[in-house]
Design a protein around this ligand. Structure first.
Ligand SMILES: *Cc1c(COP(=O)(O)O)cnc(C)c1O
Length: 364
């Protein structure tokens, strides 16, 4: 049996008729940018997260860099971020000229709450929390530190649509929650897309201005903005997916539970879920000291896996100028050397998952 790490086609066929009807509706409408679909999506996504406002954007990276731009964070400022994130989190900071200050992750792959305070300086302006792999970070600690030091709080929720800490949805704890709707995300479109959520009406209004060339009124440009709009086709298709997000998340939870309940191989370390937090299982990430052997073994059985992520941002060529080297963040580097994302996708059959489980249990 051939099993891919992800199967986007499965996510399409399940609601195929609804997607096709919506696509035709938008195509026939004659209106493709900033119209009724985007507005409806923004309303529905804000309601889903519990935030006051949502502003649709063209990507998750745009959500991140525009968030710091709107908050006025740039050159000379420091932003605290976890070291083991996808590089887009860091680019969202550095595009604005601000400096990323890395914190090592904890055993849940999220920012280690006990290692944040020592990184705060008089130049620190914000904390960027990444709810990596779908699991909510320890928001109690992060919110407390932000209050104590008067810092802005931005959340990277590109992998955590619907994940909660203490029953409150990620993205709603601070000033701005940033989302991506890249096709492989838990709420994925059929192209690029993103959004921010916020409770602050001024932030929402500023974001609408920035996404549209810095203009609130046509041809009157207040700031140098971006072209970053969630188009009508993506917004319409995302509305279809959003209407099913509860069952899609539930399905991922069941897949994760089955992995957790059936995998019994001492060579694999299974993911742990933090108390008060839950996970929407964007990825099911195990760690293995003999990772390359495991990958080769699974490849032989035609089971696909992916490493999220093999090169941490501080060791990436793009960030050589920051001056870090191997050894700068040992926990992060150890994760980069040992983590492996197992097949996990909506529409994964029991038969497929059992094939993966059996193969993993036999690895020695
Ligand atoms: C996917 C992702 C992003 C970037 O989103 P895009 O829509 O691809 O720009 C940012 N941060 C994290 C953690 C991501 O997983």
């Amino acid at each position: 049996m051939k099993i891919a790490q992800n199967r986007l086609d499965r996510g399409f066929v399940r609601y195929q008729e609804e997607f096709e009807a919506k696509a035709l509706e938008v195509l026939r409408s004659g209106w493709y940018i900033l119209g009724g679909e985007a507005e409806a999506f923004e309303r529905e996504f804000a309601a889903y997260t519990g935030a006051g406002y949502c502003v649709g954007l063209a990507s998750g990276l745009d959500a991140l860099w525009l968030a710091f731009r709107v908050l006025g964070i740039g050159a000379g400022d420091e932003v605290i971020v976890q070291a083991n994130t996808y590089i887009a989190s860091v680019m969202g900071i550095t595009i604005n000229g601000a400096v990323p200050v890395f914190v090592e992750p904890d055993e849940y792959f999220n920012m280690d709450p006990g290692k944040i305070e020592e990184k705060i300086t008089e130049r620190t302006r914000a904390i960027l929390v990444v709810h990596l792999y779908g699991q909510a970070s320890d928001m109690a600690s992060v919110v407390r530190l932000c209050k104590k030091y008067n810092l802005r709080l931005v959340e990277d929720c590109a992998q955590s649509h619907g994940a909660c800490y203490d029953g409150k949805m990620t993205g709603t704890f601070g000033d701005i929650g940033c989302f991506s709707f890249y096709p492989s995300k838990n709420l994925g479109g059929f192209g690029d897309g993103g959004a921010i959520v916020t409770d602050d009406a001024q932030i929402a209004a500023d974001m609408k201005m920035y996404r549209n060339y810095g203009s609130e009124k046509r041809y009157y440009n207040k700031v140098v903005g971006a072209n970053s709009r969630l188009d009508e086709l993506q917004a319409g298709l995302l509305r279809v997916r959003l209407s099913h997000i509860k069952e899609l998340t539930q399905e991922r939870r069941e897949l994760a539970e089955r992995y957790a309940g059936s995998l019994r191989n001492p060579s694999l370390m299974l993911p742990k879920v933090r108390e008060h937090a839950d996970s929407v299982w964007h990825q099911y990430v195990v760690s293995c000291e003999r990772r390359q052997e495991l990958i080769d073994y699974l490849n032989e059985k035609e089971i696909g896996t992916i490493i999220h992520y093999p090169i941490p941002p501080h060791l990436s060529e793009a960030y050589r100028s920051l001056g870090y080297r191997r050894g700068s963040f040992p926990v992060t580097e150890h994760y980069a050397d040992t983590v492996l994302s197992l097949p996990m996708y909506n529409g994964m059959t029991r038969e497929e998952q059992e094939y993966v489980i059996e193969a993993l249990n036999r690895f020695q």
